[in-house]
Ligand binder design. Structure first.
Ligand SMILES: Cc1cc2nc3c(=O)[nH]c(=O)nc-3n(C[C@H](O)[C@H](O)[C@H](O)COP(=O)(O)O)c2cc1C
Length: 139
């Protein structure tokens, strides 16, 4: 089974807190390790932006769970591609801190400097995550 990369964005449900995000990350890291999925998650301005990479069947299965999770909504698939290598292989689910997003970096990949992933193309969203993962210590 070959590798795929999936990037989506979503909006956090009202009332979901920082500790819920920590729970999401704990579950994600456990499940993804078991499924050989790697990736990164960014949370900023009430938006999630996440990249998952792994076998097509495992990525599809996990994405199905994610889409049915009521801790977020307005889930939009931005990119789904067959890839020949992983880019986030070091992280079962790396968390990119909000402070990593700078105006110049957002401007590089968007129409303007405000972070709004719903207005980004799949490839720009992917490249933004890739840049962020290289410039910061992903925890
Ligand atoms: C923004 C967001 C990102 C998530 N990322 C992942 C993920 O990478 N992997 C995963 O297994 N679950 C992830 N989840 C959790 C799933 O939606 C779901 O709760 C989980 O897969 C269920 O796992 P369980 O059956 O082991 O409890 C995420 C949820 C949210 C809201």
């Amino acid at each position: 089974m070959f590798l795929v990369r999936l990037v989506y964005t979503s909006s956090i449900t009202e009332g979901v807190t920082e500790s819920d995000i920590q729970n999401i990350l704990d579950t994600a890291r456990n499940n993804n390790t078991a499924e050989d999925i790697t990736g990164v998650l960014l949370f900023s301005k009430n938006r999630f932006l996440q990249c998952l990479e792994g076998s097509r069947s495992n990525v599809n299965k996990v994405y199905h769970n994610i889409v049915n999770d009521n801790r977020h909504s307005e889930i939009v698939l931005l990119d789904y591609s067959e890839v020949y290598e992983r880019e986030f292989a070091d992280w079962s689910m790396g968390y990119i801190p909000e402070m990593a997003i700078t105006r110049p970096l957002t401007l590089k990949y968007s129409e303007n400097a405000s972070f709004e992933p719903y207005k980004m193309s799949g490839s720009s969203a992917h490249k933004l995550l890739l840049s962020l993962s290289k410039t910061v210590t992903v925890v």
